[in-house]
Design a protein. Structure first.
Lengths: 319, 289, 428
C-alpha cells in the first residue's frame, strides 16, 4: 500500500526489479522443497490449532471425555456470569496501558542517551541490555524477592534513603505497577531497536537543521521522530501484542493476586485450561477466552494499521 | 546530540556531569539487583529473613553453591536444557534460512501468499495453539517428550527468523547466483556453498536469538513435560520457589543456583555481544529499507 | 558416573516415548507398583527406605522421584496424559472430583472385607469425607491435617501479652495481634492466610459454629446450601476491623514466606497446620514457639481435612497396589514419622508413633493441640471439593475478599452467599 508516500524509501537491495533468477519451471520445484518444512509447520502449528481451538471454544471439554458442543454457552458465561472475566480484561488492559507507553518512552530516552559520544557509553549500553539476555524465569524470580516488602532489596534501599516504602506485589493497588516495574527492567530490548534506528538517521539532516538554527528539541521533533516513526509504530505493535500475552511475570510474581489485580487474560486461560491441585480442566472455556484474546490482538493490529502505514514490511520485490 | 559541541564550555561541563550521573544511575539499576542476588546466594537460609536485612552476609555460606544445585539435580537439567536448546537452534536457523532463501531469491507461484502467511503468523498469539497442540501431542505420544519443544523449530516454528533471513537474502546481489548458475550449480549448491558463507552474520544473529528463546522458554516445557528428569532448567528453577504443602522457598539456595543458570547466556553475551545487539537492532534498521 | 548420567538422560529423558515408570514389561516378572508423593526430599528418602522393607516376591515398589513444588501442575498433566502412577498422594478435593469422573479405583469394598484394615480403624471424619455421594472411595485417607495458631512465645512475653492456651477467645486473639503489631520488626501481629485467602469463608465457619450459629455451608462435599447468619456476620465484622486496624495481614499478603518470617521472629502469630512442626524441627527457629488450638466464642471448634493416597482406575494390578497401599498406611508411618513428624495418620493404630516423636522432640504444645483438634466435636470443612469449586474461588476473590479488606461494605455478604447458592443449585 501507499509505498511511495513514505520518506526514505530506498531501493530494495541491489538488483531490484530485474534480479530474480529465471527458469521458473525448475525454480518452482526447488522453491517448494526449500519451503516445505515451513509449509508443514504452518499447517500443523498454525492452521490446525486455529481451527481446532475455534471448535473447542464452542464446546464443554475437560480433556478426559469427548467435547460436548454447547454453542455460544462459553461466551455467555464469559460475558454474563464469570466474576473473574471482566477483572481479567481490566488487568490486561491496565498492564498494556501502563507498560507500552513507558517502555517506548524509556526505551527511546535510553537509546538517545546511549547514542552520544561519551567515554563509557558502550558499558552503559551493555549493562542496559544485560537484563534482556538473562533468562526470564531467573530475573522474574529474582525480582519477586527484590519486591518482598519485609526483606527485599527495594524496600531496604528506600528505607535507608528515608523514602516511603510499599507493599509492592502484595498491595492490590501497587501489584500491577510492580509487575510493570519488573518488566521495565528489560527495557534494553526496546532501546536496542531504537538505537539502531537512530543510528540510521542520516547526519546531514541534523546538520541542515542546525544551519536553520534549530535547537536539540526542535531537531528531535522535526527530524528524529518523523524519521524513526516506522520503527516506533513497529514497536507499538510488537510491544502491545506481547504485553497482551504477558504470562511469565504474573504467573511467577503474583499468580494473579492480590484479588484479581494481576490476573491477566493469559493467566486466566492457563488456570482454566491447566488448573492446579487436581481440579478438572475447562479446556472449552479456556479456548473461548483464547479467542477473546485473539480478537483483541487482531483489533489492536487493525487499529494500528488504520492509523498508519503498517506495510513497512510489505513484500516489495517484483513478481 | 551533536549540537552539544557548539554550546559554551560551562554548559558543556554541566551536560557531561549530568550524563555521567545518569549513566551511573542506569548502570546501578541494572547491576545492583544482580549483585544483591549473589549476596543472598551467600547467606544462610535463616539470615535471609533478618530484619532489617543486611546487605552483606555475616557468614559466607559457599556451600549454597553446591547444595542449591543439588536440590534440583542441576547437572541433569543443564544437560536437558543444552540438548533441547542446541537442537532447536539448529532446526530454527536451518529452516528459516531455507525458507528465506526461497522467498527472496526464487521465483515461483504462491511466493507472495506464503510470505504473507508466514509473516502473518508472527502476529498469532502462541496461546491459540496451546490447548489443541497439547491434545494433539498427547494423542500421538509426544507428550512428555522433548519433541514438542524441538520439532516445531525444524518446521519453521519462528516466523521472525524467516522474515529476517529473507530480508538478509534480499540484500545480496543477484549476479552472484547468476554466476554460480553459469558454473552449473543447482539451488542446493548455491544455498550451501555460496549463500550460507555470505549470510554468516544473519544466521549467527538468528542462532543467538533462538538460543535465548529456547533457553528462556518456560510455558511450553511447563505444559508439555511432566517428568522432572526431562525438565529444562527454566522449569526446574521455577519449581524451586513454588510453595507447596507448607514448604517455604529456600531463597539462598535459589539465588546461588540462579547464578549458575544465568551463566551460559551471560558468557555467550559477552563473547558475541556484537551479534546480540545486531539481532534486535536489525529489526530497527531493516525497516528503513 | 558422568557417562552413565548422560546415557540415562538421553535414553530416558528425551527423544523416546517409552520410558514410563510403570512399564511392567514381561508377564512373568514381578509387578511394579509406582508411588508418587509431594513430600520433601528428606521425607521421600525416609519413605524410600521404609518401602524397601516391603517384602513380597511378586511386587516391586518404585518411588518416583518428584521435585519439591509444582506437584499440582504435575498431577494435572499426568491426569490428562492418563499416566498417573499406581499410588499418588492426593487431597480430598482431588479424590472427590476424580472419583466423580470415574478416574479412580473404588476401594470401599476392599475396606469392608478387611478386619484389621477396615473403615473403623480410621479417623471417622476422614472416612466420611473421603466417601463420595454414591458411597465410593476413590482412595484412602493417609494423614490428617489439623490446624491451629502458631505463636512466638518470646514476642508475647516481651509485649506483656498472656501466652495463648486452649479456650482463648477470638477477642483475645485480635487483642494480642493489636499489641504485637509493630514490635521488633513485626509488620502484622497475625498472619492468617486461612482466614483472608480463598478458603477464608469456610474458615470463618469456626466462629459461627463456636458461637452456636450455622457454618458457612452444611457440607463441603455435598453441599445443599451456603449461609451467613448473624453470628457468622459478626465474625466477618471482627476480622474486617482487625484488618482495618493493620494488626492482621490483609487479603493478598503473600504467605509463602510466613513460615520463615515466623522462624526469624518477625511474625508473632500465624494460622497454620501441624505439619510446620516437622519443618521447625529441621530449621530450629531462634525463638521459643508454641501451637495452640483456634480461638473460640463459647465452645471449641476447629477445622481439619485429610490427605490421602489414590489409585487411577487404569492401574495394572489392583490387588498388588492395594497391598502396597495397606503397607503405606499401616507400616510406613512408623518409620517416617519419628524422623519427620508431619501429621497424625488417619489410620488410628499408627498414630502412636507420631505423638511419640513429637513428645521426644519436646513439641508438647503441638501434641496437645493436635489431640484436642482431633477430639473436637465441632469441625468445619476447609473448602468445597466439588467440580465447580474453582468458580466459588473466583466469587470469593471478587466478592468476599473486598469485604475483608474494607473495599466493600459488609452488607454485601448476603449477595455473595446468594451467588454461591446459585452455583450449588445449578451445579456449576
Amino acid at each position: 500500500m501507499n509505498r511511495s508516500s513514505r520518506p526514505l524509501q530506498r531501493g530494495n537491495g541491489p538488483g531490484r526489479g530485474k534480479g530474480l533468477s529465471r527458469g521458473a519451471g525448475s525454480d518452482t520445484v526447488a522453491a517448494y522443497l526449500f519451503i516445505a518444512p515451513a509449509i508443514i509447520g504452518f499447517t500443523v502449528f498454525v492452521g490446525y490449532p486455529l481451527i481446532r481451538s475455534f471448535y473447542l471454544a464452542l464446546t464443554k471439554y475437560n480433556g478426559l471425555a469427548d467435547p460436548v458442543f454447547v454453542g455460544l454457552g462459553n461466551f455467555r458465561r464469559l460475558f454474563g456470569g464469570d466474576p473473574a472475566f471482566w477483572p481479567a480484561l481490566r488487568a490486561t488492559g491496565y498492564l498494556v496501558v501502563l507498560y507500552v507507553p513507558l517502555s517506548l518512552i524509556l526505551g527511546l530516552a535510553l537509546a538517545m542517551f546511549c547514542n552520544q559520544r561519551f567515554r563509557g557509553v558502550r558499558i552503559v549500553r551493555t549493562l542496559a541490555y544485560l537484563p534482556v539476555v538473562l533468562p526470564a524465569v531467573a530475573t522474574i524470580t529474582l525480582w519477586k524477592f527484590i519486591l518482598n516488602p519485609e526483606v527485599g532489596l527495594l524496600n531496604t534501599v528506600l528505607d535507608r534513603l528515608g523514602l516511603p516504602t510499599s507493599l509492592w506485589l502484595q498491595s492490590p493497588s501497587m501489584s500491577m505497577p510492580s509487575v510493570v516495574l519488573m518488566m521495565l527492567w528489560g527495557v534494553g530490548g526496546t532501546m536496542i531497536i531504537f538505537l539502531a534506528a537512530l543510528q540510521s538517521v542520516p547526519t546531514e539532516l541534523y546538520e541542515a537543521a542546525k544551519v536553520d538554527g534549530a535547537g536539540p528539541w526542535s531537531a528531535f521533533i522535526r527530524i528524529t521522530l518523523p524519521t524513526i516513526s516506522p520503527i516506533i509504530l513497529l514497536q507499538v505493535i510488537l510491544q502491545t501484542t506481547a504485553a497482551l500475552q504477558t504470562f511469565n511475570q504474573p504467573k511467577i510474581l503474583t499468580n494473579g493476586g492480590p484479588g484479581f489485580s494481576t490476573n491477566v487474560l493469559m493467566l486466566s486461560i492457563y488456570n482454566n485450561g491447566f488448573p492446579n491441585l487436581g481440579r478438572i480442566p475447562q479446556l472449552g472455556y479456556a479456548s473461548a477466552q483464547v479467542w477473546v484474546l485473539f480478537i483483541v490482538i487482531i483489533a489492536v493490529i487493525a487499529l494500528a494499521a488504520k492509523f498508519t502505514s503498517l506495510w513497512t514490511y510489505s513484500d516489495n520485490t517484483p513478481d | 546530540m551533536t549540537t552539544l559541541q557548539t554550546e559554551r564550555r560551562p554548559r558543556r561541563l554541566i551536560g557531561t556531569t549530568a550524563w555521567y550521573v545518569t549513566a551511573l544511575f542506569v548502570a546501578a539499576v541494572m547491576i545492583v539487583p544482580l549483585l544483591w542476588m549473589i549476596t543472598i546466594g551467600l547467606k544462610s537460609g535463616s539470615a535471609v529473613f533478618e530484619i532489617p536485612p543486611r546487605l552483606l552476609p555475616r557468614e559466607w555460606t559457599w556451600s549454597n553453591f553446591i547444595d542449591g544445585p543439588k536440590a534440583i539435580h542441576f547437572p541433569r537439567l543443564l544437560l536437558n536444557s543444552t540438548i533441547i536448546t542446541a537442537l532447536s537452534v539448529l532446526g530454527g536457523v536451518m529452516t528459516a534460512m531455507m525458507t528465506g532463501y526461497a522467498l527472496a531469491r526464487l521465483r515461483f507461484p504462491g511466493r507472495k501468499v506464503w510470505f504473507y502467511l508466514f509473516v502473518g503468523s508472527m502476529l498469532l498469539p502462541g496461546v491459540v495453539g496451546l490447548i489443541p497442540l497439547f491434545q494433539l501431542y498427547k494423542s500421538i505420544g509426544w507428550y512428555d517428550t522433548w519433541l514438542p519443544l524441538i520439532v516445531p523449530a525444524f518446521l519453521g516454528g519462528n516466523p521472525l527468523f524467516i522474515f529476517l533471513a529473507r530480508q538478509y537474502f534480499l540484500a545480496i546481489p543477484y549476479s552472484i547466483d547468476e554466476a554460480a548458475k553459469i558454473d552449473g550449480a543447482g539451488h542446493l549448491r548455491i544455498f550451501t556453498q555460496v549463500m550460507l558463507p555470505l549470510t554468516r552474520p544473519a544466521w549467527i544473529t538468528m542462532a543467538i536469538l533462538a538460543f535465548q528463546a529456547s533457553w528462556n522458554d518456560y510455558l511450553n516445557p511447563l505444559v508439555y513435560l511432566y517428568s522432572s528428569g526431562k525438565w529444562p532448567l527454566s522449569v526446574g528453577m521455577a519449581a524451586f520457589i513454588s510453595p507447596f504443602a507448607g514448604k517455604t522457598p529456600d531463597w539462598s539456595y535459589y539465588m546461588a543456583t540462579n547464578l549458575l543458570y544465568m551463566l551460559p547466556p551471560l558468557v555467550l553475551f559477552f563473547v558475541a555481544q556484537r551479534y546480540f545487539i545486531q539481532g534486535l537492532g536489525s529489526l530497527g534498521s531493516t525497516t528503513q529499507k | 558416573m558422568k557417562t552413565k548420567l548422560i546415557g540415562a538422560t538421553l535414553a530416558c529423558a528425551g527423544l523416546l516415548t517409552a520410558c514410563g515408570g510403570s512399564d511392567s514389561g514381561a508377564s512373568d516378572g514381578p509387578v511394579t507398583v509406582t508411588v508418587m508423593t509431594w513430600e520433601s526430599t528428606q521425607t521421600n528418602a525416609v519413605i524410600k527406605k521404609a518401602l524397601a522393607e516391603f517384602k513380597d516376591d511378586n511386587i516391586k515398589v518404585e518411588l518416583l522421584d518428584t521435585p519439591s513444588g509444582q506437584y499440582g501442575d504435575k498431577l494435572s498433566s499426568l491426569t490428562q496424559a492418563k499416566k498417573l502412577p499406581d499410588l499418588f498422594w492426593c487431597g480430598n478435593d482431588t479424590e472427590q472430583q476424580y472419583t466423580q469422573q470415574g478416574l479412580l479405583v473404588d476401594w470401599s469394598s476392599k475396606l469392608k472385607d478387611s478386619s484389621d484394615f477396615g473403615a473403623d480403624k480410621f479417623v471417622p471424619s476422614a472416612i466420611a469425607n473421603w466417601t463420595t455421594a454414591d458411597g465410593q472411595m476413590g482412595g484412602l485417607p493417609s494423614l490428617m491435617n489439623t490446624y491451629g495458631v502458631w505463636y512466638n512465645a518470646d514476642a508475647f512475653t516481651a509485649a506483656g501479652v498472656t501466652i495463648p492456651k486452649a479456650g482463648w477467645t477470638w477477642d483475645d486473639m485480635y487483642g494480642a495481634a493489636a499489641k504485637l503489631t509493630g514490635k521488633n520488626g513485626a509488620k502484622y501481629g497475625l498472619v492468617a492466610d486461612q482466614l483472608t485467602g480463598p478458603d477464608g469463608p469456610f474458615t470463618m465457619s469456626m466462629y459461627s459454629v463456636s458461637a452456636g450459629g450455622a457454618p458457612f455451608t452444611d457440607d463441603v462435599n455435598h453441599p445443599t446450601k451456603a449461609e451467613a447468619d448473624a453470628k457468622y456476620t459478626e465474625g466477618v465484622q471482627k476480622l474486617t476491623d482487625a484488618v482495618k486496624s493493620g494488626s492482621v495481614a490483609p487479603p493478598g499478603y503473600d504467605a509463602s514466606n510466613a513460615q520463615s518470617l515466623f522462624a526469624a521472629g518477625k511474625v508473632p502469630m500465624m494460622f497454620g497446620g501441624q505439619w510446620l512442626a516437622a519443618g521447625f524441627q529441621v530449621d530450629k527457629p531462634k525463638v521459643k514457639y508454641g501451637f495452640v488450638p483456634f480461638p473460640q466464642v463459647t465452645t471449641p471448634a476447629t477445622l481439619y481435612d485429610s490427605v490421602g493416597i489414590c489409585t487411577p482406575q487404569y492401574t495394572k494390578n489392583q490387588d498388588s497396589t492395594f497391598k502396597v497401599l495397606q503397607y503405606l498406611n499401616t507400616k510406613v508411618w512408623d518409620a517416617v514419622l519419628p524422623e519427620s513428624p508431619v501429621a497424625p495418620p488417619a489410620y488410628t493404630p499408627a498414630q502412636a508413633s507420631y505423638f511419640d516423636a513429637l513428645t521426644k522432640a519436646e513439641q508438647t504444645t503441638v501434641v496437645d493441640t493436635v489431640k484436642a483438634d482431633l477430639a473436637a466435636e465441632k469441625t468445619v470443612g476447609v473448602r468445597f471439593t466439588t467440580q465447580w469449586a474453582q468458580q466459588v474461588g473466583d466469587l470469593t476473590t471478587a466478592e468476599y475478599q473486598p469485604i475483608i479488606s474494607g473495599k466493600k461494605p459488609i452488607t454485601n455478604l448476603p449477595a455473595y452467599v446468594e451467588k454461591i447458592n446459585g452455583l450449588i443449585k445449578s451445579g456449576g
